[in-house]
Design a protein around this ligand. Structure first.
Ligand SMILES: C[S@@+](CC[C@H](N)C(=O)[O-])C[C@H]1O[C@@H](n2cnc3c(N)ncnc32)[C@H](O)[C@@H]1O
Length: 456
């Protein structure tokens, strides 16, 4: 039997809750499996992503309505309630429809014993609108970060981290705009790989991106339906990621024979753009990745450029040990909390913790130290994260450079403004670039170009 949009949304939500699945990877597969397209696919996507994004708010509402803590509610029943709460409070579904459909979903899931509970809790949820619930939950809460956390459905520590990242750039007053932008689904951006899909940029119906000279806005619908996307020469890629790759490839003219390395290449998004840039100028890219499964994804992503790239599985922390292994350009797109990509990874905000920041910062510092030791004299390295958290961005660069006095910071903001179609106004201090969803419509990418001077 063909699964309904609600059932697909439930399956993905539940896999995220109990198996730590990634919604953005699982949902497309489930939509295809259920043959859901058009408005049905759109409904399932909004139901699933919207529920995940605002899960913290809905859990607080459910706790209140049920009169008990959410961790005392069976996991599948809780997920049915979360989906119901999103339909009631986030999607404007009429109460009788949202409640009845949720009860029907519970029955289809063989949760008949919870039928009355689902019905009663969702009826109580439907007695208030979302602003009324928010007002109720805010009563007596004085801490401003906690208030933003409730109002914009972010964990408090994420609010505090984003506040400190913005304040470091004198943009503290933009916090609410950023939190609101995190809750708006990102528009799908495409990149036309140079030399392989240039015609896509001049097509009559092309809607060009604001900043990236290679970027396009995807028309509505499934981008995978476009044969150029299927063949891999036009790729789905956030404009911020395009700019991170172009900052490195266009930092200075490319000499034929240059050796390039992507240290953390999986799943291969930036590597594909770097490989296309390198191939046009006679440079060679080695795309490296620690996880074997993700190395396979890199191979797949680089298939249209297979002749001009190499791919390997390796731990980036071992770089530098071989004195013959040196590179002219290095992309270090480090593993990070992803706090800059919350629009795209709806569950990420609830899954990460401050402990992850500490663990990732240690890994980021080790990777940067190792990568710098493999940088040729005259070479350029891009340190990139899709998190604006100061502990993952400026603090990593500052700390590692203390041990590398010869390394110079390039004025990334200035260099990137020469690449983009419009000025970014994204200077983050000490030469770095910080992009923001609420300002640039991109993920919050941090980009710092570093160089080892000739002879150093
Ligand atoms: C932010 S993602 C890279 C995204 C990629 N550059 C792209 O544009 O598609 C970070 C990657 O680093 C990999 N990674 C984690 N630890 C690593 C290590 N010690 N050495 C190399 N890669 C590592 C992860 O498996 C993950 O694929």
């Amino acid at each position: 039997m063909r699964a309904s949009p609600r059932r697909v949304a439930f399956d993905v939500l539940h896999a995220v809750s109990v198996e730590d699945a990634y919604a953005n990877l699982l949902l497309p597969t489930r939509l295809r499996g259920a043959a859901l397209t058009g408005s049905d696919a759109g409904f399932a996507t909004e139901l699933c992503y919207g529920t995940l994004r605002r899960r913290g708010l809905y859990d607080a509402v459910i706790e209140h309505a049920a009169g008990r803590a959410v961790d005392t509610i069976d996991a599948p029943v809780l997920d049915v309630l979360r989906l119901g709460a999103h339909q009631l409070l986030g999607m404007g579904t009429p109460p009788h429809a949202a409640v009845d459909e949720s009860v029907r979903l519970a029955l289809a899931l063989r949760l008949g014993r919870a039928k009355g509970f689902v019905n009663a809790v969702l009826r109580r949820v439907s007695e208030r609108t979302e602003p009324q619930w928010t007002e109720l939950l805010l009563a007596g809460v004085d801490d401003p970060f906690e208030r933003f956390a409730i109002e914009h459905a972010h964990p408090r520590w994420v609010v505090a981290s984003l506040a400190s990242a913005l304040s470091a750039q004198n943009r503290g007053e933009e916090l609410e705009a950023l939190l609101a932008a995190d809750n708006v689904p990102a528009r799908v951006s495409l990149v036309a790989l140079p030399g392989l899909a240039d015609a896509a940029l001049s097509a009559a119906d092309a809607e060009l991106s604001d900043y990236s000279p290679l970027g396009l806005r995807a028309p509505s619908g499934d981008p995978g339906a476009d044969p150029r996307v299927r063949s891999g020469v036009v790729r789905v890629q956030d404009e911020g990621s395009q700019l991170a790759a172009l900052a490195l490839s266009r930092a200075r003219p490319i000499a034929s024979g240059e050796r390039w390395l992507d240290v953390c290449a999986g799943p291969g998004g930036k590597a594909a753009l770097l490989a296309a840039e390198a191939a046009r100028a006679g440079a060679h890219l080695l795309a490296s990745e620690a996880s074997p499964a993700r190395t396979d994804l890199v191979r797949r992503a680089l298939a249209p450029l297979a002749d001009s790239v190499s791919v390997r599985t390796a731990d980036g922390r071992t770089l530098g040990a071989d004195p013959l292994e040196r590179y002219d350009r290095i992309m270090l797109d480090a593993p990070c909390t992803g706090l800059g990509a919350l629009r795209r990874r709806p569950e990420a905000r609830w899954r990460k913790s401050e402990d992850d920041v500490v663990e990732l910062a240690a890994l980021q510092a080790s990777l940067l130290t190792a990568a710098l030791s493999a940088l040729s004299p005259g070479g350029v390295l891009a340190y990139v994260t899709c998190s604006p958290h100061p502990s993952e961005t400026t603090a990593i660069v500052d700390t590692v450079l203390e041990g590398h006095p010869a390394i110079e910071r390039l004025d990334t903001a200035d260099l990137l403004d020469r690449v983009t179609k419009a000025p970014l106004d994204a200077r983050a201090g000490r030469g770095a670039v910080q992009l923001w969803p609420h300002r640039h419509g991109t993920d919050a990418m941090f980009i710092q170009l570093l160089s080892r001077p000739d002879g150093a």
